[in-house]
Design a binder for this molecule. Structure first.
Ligand SMILES: NC(=O)c1ccc[n+]([C@@H]2O[C@H](COP(=O)([O-])OP(=O)(O)OC[C@H]3O[C@@H](n4cnc5c(N)ncnc54)[C@H](O)[C@@H]3O)[C@@H](O)[C@H]2O)c1
Length: 388
C-alpha cells in the first residue's frame, strides 16, 4: 500500500527526524527501535511497509531539509552517517515540501493546501495519504459559531475573519482532500464539532492529541500503579526543561498553557482526584532537543505513613517522537483502508490527551491498541484470502 505521509511543520525537528528515520528504514540503514508497530504484537499485513512511505509537507520556513538534518546530526539527535548516506532521498523529499498556503481568506488557503495534498497523492500514485500535524503548538482556539457544523464553517471561512487556528485549517483541508488527519501536537486540530462532522461525512478517521514521549509517558505508567495499590498521591510536581524550536515556542503563555493542560490530564483521570502540585515547562536554549524532567511525588500509605518518590527523565524529544509519527501514519493508513471513520480512540496509547479514550493507563491503552491492530490484520488477511 503506497502511503503518503504529509507533515505539517515539515522542516521542524520532529518532522526532519521522522523523514530521515523513514528514509533510513526504507534503505535498510537503520533498525526500527522505538517503532511500536514493529513489535510482534502489532506487526502484520494491514500496515504499509516502511518502503511504501513517501514524504511531503508544508512549513512556514524555508530552511533546506538537508541543513535541518545536518543541524540535528551536529546536535546528536540523528546519526550524521545517515544524513550523509541519504542526500538523493532527502533532495527528493525537499521537492515535495511546500510553503504554508497564503491567500486573502481561510477558504482560499484551505483550497490551496488541499490542492497541494491532491497533487502529491496523484504524482506518487498513492493508495492513501495521511496528514500529520507536527508544527508549532498553538494557544487554544477562540470559540466561533462556524465551529458548529460543516455548512456554518464553510460560510465563515469564506469571510475575512480568522475562523480556525492553523492546525484546524490544515485538518479541514486534509478532510476536504479525502485524507485522514493525525495531530501529534496539543493544538485544536480536528477537535471541533464541524470537523468531526466533516470527517464522518467524508468517511475519514482522525487521531490525536499530543504525542506521549517523556514525562507524561512515565506518569501514565506510575499513576495507575499508585491507584492499583490504593496509595494516596498527595502531590505530584514536575519541572520540564527543554530547548529547541518546541521549547522556544512554549515561551508563549498561550502555547505553554495548552501543553501544561495536556500534560496534567493523566493524573486527574487516572487517580480520580487531582493531587497538589503543578507541571512547569521552562525554555533553556542550551539543552536543544534534549529534555530533562524532574518529578517529585509525595504519597501516603497504610495508617497515613508519608513517603515520596522522585524521578529524572533525560530524553531526546525528537528521537522519541519520530518513530511514533511513523507508527501513527502506518496505523492510520491501515484504519482508513479498513473503513474506520471518526476519532481513532484505539490509538490513545500514543497520546497525552487522547481523543475520547476511557483510560490514561499505558497498559490498558496498549491492550486496546493490540486488539485494534489485530482486527485490522485479520480484515486484511480475509480480504487477501478472498482475492486469491
Ligand atoms: N518531540 C516530542 O517529544 C513531542 C511530543 C509531543 C508533541 N510534540 C509537538 O510536536 C510539535 C513539533 O515539535 P518540534 O520539536 O519539531 O518543533 P519545531 O519548532 O522544531 O518544529 C515546528 C515546525 O513547525 C513549523 N510551523 C509553524 N507554524 C506553521 C504553520 N502554520 N504551518 C506549517 N508549519 C508551521 C515551524 O516553522 C517549524 O519548522 C510541537 O507542537 C510539539 O509540542 C513533540
Amino acid at each position: 500500500m503506497r502511503t503518503g505521509v504529509w507533515l505539517v511543520g515539515a522542516r521542524g525537528s520532529v518532522a526532519t527526524t521522522s523523514i530521515v528515520g523513514g528514509l533510513a528504514l526504507r534503505a535498510g540503514l537503520a533498525g526500527p527501535t522505538g517503532c511500536v508497530t514493529e513489535l510482534p504484537e502489532l506487526r502484520g499485513p494491514a500496515l504499509p511497509a516502511f518502503a511504501d512511505l513517501v514524504f511531503g509537507g508544508h512549513d512556514v520556513v524555508t530552511t533546506p531539509l538537508a541543513k535541518r538534518a545536518e543541524a540535528l546530526a551536529a546536535a546528536g539527535v540523528l546519526p550524521g552517517r545517515l544524513v550523509a548516506a541519504l542526500p538523493d532521498e532527502l533532495a527528493a523529499v525537499e521537492d515535495e515540501l511546500r510553503p504554508a498556503p497564503t491567500g486573502a481568506t481561510q477558504a482560499v488557503r484551505a483550497v490551496a493546501a488541499a490542492r497541494d495534498l491532491i497533487g502529491f497523492r496523484d504524482r506518487h500514485e498513492l493508495d492513501r495519504l495521511v496528514v500529520v500535524n507536527v508544527s508549532a503548538t498553538e494557544p487554544p482556539a477562540h470559540p466561533h459559531p462556524g465551529h458548529a457544523d460543516p455548512a456554518a464553517l464553510r460560510a465563515a471561512l469564506a469571510g475575512p475573519q480568522e475562523v480556525l487556528p492553523a492546525s484546524s485549517l490544515y485538518a479541514y483541508a486534509a478532510l476536504e482532500a479525502g485524507c485522514p488527519y493525525v495531530d501529534f501536537t496539543p493544538s485544536t486540530g480536528a477537535r471541533l464539532p464541524a470537523l468531526h462532522a466533516l470527517a464522518v461525512e467524508r468517511g475519514l478517521p482522525y487521531a490525536g492529541h499530543d504525542g506521549k514521549t517523556g514525562e507524561t509517558l512515565v506518569k501514565s505508567v506510575l499513576a495507575p500503579m499508585f491507584a492499583m495499590r490504593h496509595l494516596r498521591v498527595r502531590s505530584w510536581s514536575g519541572l520540564n526543561l527543554l530547548g529547541g524550536g518546541d521549547g522556544a515556542n512554549l515561551v508563549d503563555p498561550g502555547a505553554n498553557a495548552a501543553k501544561v493542560e495536556s500534560k496534567q490530564r493523566v493524573l486527574g483521570e487516572t487517580l480520580g482526584y487531582v493531587p497538589q502540585g503543578e507541571t512547569r515547562i521552562d525554555f533553556v536554549e542550551e539543552l536543544g532537543d534534549f529534555k530533562t524532567a524532574w518529578d517529585l511525588i509525595t504519597f501516603s500509605g497504610f495508617l497515613d505513613t508519608r513517603m515520596r518518590m522522585e524521578f529524572t527523565w533525560h530524553g531526546c524529544d525528537s528521537a522519541l517522537a519520530a518513530p511514533l509519527v511513523l507508527d501513527l501514519a502506518r496505523l492510520t493508513a491501515a484504519a482508513h483502508a479498513a473503513g474506520e471513520v471518526g476519532p481513532l480512540t484505539e490509538l490513545g496509547f500514543f497520546f497525552k490527551d487522547p481523543l475520547g479514550s476511557p483510560s490514561h493507563s499505558l497498559t490498558e491503552q496498549w491492550v486496546r491498541l493490540v486488539t485494534f491492530t489485530r482486527s485490522l490484520h485479520a480484515g486484511q488477511e480475509s480480504a487477501d484470502g478472498h482475492a486469491d
